[in-house]
Design a protein around this ligand. Structure first.
Ligand SMILES: NC(=O)c1ccc[n+]([C@@H]2O[C@H](COP(=O)([O-])OP(=O)(O)OC[C@H]3O[C@@H](n4cnc5c(N)ncnc54)[C@H](O)[C@@H]3O)[C@@H](O)[C@H]2O)c1
Ligand SMILES: O=P(O)(O)OC[C@H](O)CO
Length: 351
């Protein structure tokens, strides 16, 4: 008999906590997994108490996923090295901005035969180029890394409202095990092989969601948003073909939950949309609005627009990605938000 696999959730934000909730319930009824789940918490004080102590006493992450109990077998751990040291399966669920620091701390602390799955929607940009977050983890920790992306607004998932999701995994046995770890009656998992496409979809849809939020804030309607979604999807497909040229990129993957479905849900119900809407309405800075509206949660869309912009500029391809470029220029270069509509009106798809 094989030893049950220990799972550690690296992260405890809005999505991290919703994932810990699913995983905690699933491991209890599956003997392939150890019945206790460690959840790494970036320690902070909430109402004068340590967040780890609150979670372990009240079984609720009252800051990032209030109103939803975590199963008792999810144990919050503040020390990252301690949290990951016994894990066979590492689930990475942190805002993409923090991945380097977290992996650096984990180096030399994990089991050599551990493997990972990333739930992180974003990309990494450095002087050596644009990289998938799974590749950062793989390179820093020397482990295999799959991904899980989908139309999954954390609060809705925690409420048990039905949704689908996509695991991108190249190893059939690992894919089957990860599906067993994640799937519930309300959270249906499809496993596909094109892991790079799954992951890049998860990152790029956040840029489009910022554009959708601009349109909402400017007072445009659902037809306009549908146009933004369509044009954004075209740019997502084109960018994926460019970025993943060494891998297979099939249209079918964009039809999975990680593709069109995630794009739609984010453009209607996501945080990137909500803050971009407020930005267009008020003219206040994104930084200020993020602080005020998100209670410590982090936006991924504007940073991803900036990271993608570097590559497009280097390759002199900005004119082929006017929607991505407009989101970047409005967020970071003072371009008026009202220009977003003319960018959509003059999109090369209409020429
Ligand atoms: N929230 C969602 O609905 C949702 C759904 C699907 C995917 N995702 C993706 O999952 C990833 C994680 O999102 P989330 O919603 O769990 O996070 P979040 O937006 O709730 O971010 C807050 C988390 O970041 C942590 N944090 C703050 N400073 C930190 C630091 N210096 N180092 C490490 N951690 C720090 C906080 O402690 C908290 O746990 C993101 O890439 C996001 O795009 C989110
Ligand atoms: O709230 P957002 O904009 O970070 O999006 C959340 C999820 O990625 C939706 O699947």
């Amino acid at each position: 008999m094989t030893t049950p696999k220990k799972v550690c959730v690296v992260g405890s934000g809005n999505w991290g906590s919703a994932i810990a909730r699913i995983v905690g319930l699933n491991v209890e009824r599956n003997s392939k997994f150890h019945p206790t789940v460690a959840m790494w918490v970036f320690e902070e004080l909430v109402n004068g108490r340590k967040l780890t102590e609150i979670i372990n006493a009240e079984h609720e992450n009252i800051k990032y996923l209030p109103g939803h109990k975590l199963p008792d077998n999810v144990v919050a751990v503040a020390d990252l090295s301690e949290a990951v040291s016994h894990a066979d399966v590492l689930l990475f669920v942190i805002p993409h901005q923090f991945i380097h620091k977290v992996c650096d701390t984990m180096q030399g602390k994990i089991k050599p035969d551990a493997f990972g799955m990333s739930f992180i929607k974003g990309v990494d940009e450095s002087p050596s180029g644009l990289k998938l977050i799974s590749a950062v983890i793989r390179d820093k920790l020397g482990i295999s890394v799959s991904v899980l992306m989908g139309a999954n607004i954390a609060n809705e998932v925690a409420e048990g409202k039905f949704c689908e999701t996509t695991i991108g995994c190249k190893d059939k046995d690992q894919g089957t095990l990860l599906k067993e770890l994640m799937q519930t009656d309300h959270f249906r998992v499809t496993v596909v092989e094109e892991a790079e496409v799954v992951e890049i979809c998860g990152a790029l849809k956040n840029i489009v969601a910022v554009g959708a939020g601009f349109c909402d804030g400017l007072g445009f309607g659902d037809n306009t948003k549908a146009a933004v979604i369509r044009l954004g999807l075209m740019e997502m497909v084109a960018f994926t073909r460019l970025f993943c040229s060494a891998h297979s990129v099939s249209p079918a993957t964009f039809l999975e939950s990680c593709g069109i479905a995630d794009l739609i849900t984010t453009c209607y119900g996501g945080r990137n949309r909500r803050v971009a809407d407020a930005f267009a309405r008020t003219g206040r800075s994104l930084e200020e609005l993020e602080k005020e509206m998100m209670n410590g949660q982090k936006l991924q869309g504007p940073a991803t627009a900036a990271e993608v912009h570097v590559l497009l500029e280097q390759k002199a391809l900005l004119d082929q990605f006017p929607l991505f470029n407009a989101v970047y220029e409005i967020c970071f270069e003072g371009r008026p938000v009202t220009d977003f509509i003319s960018c959509v009106q003059n999109h090369p798809a209409h020429l």
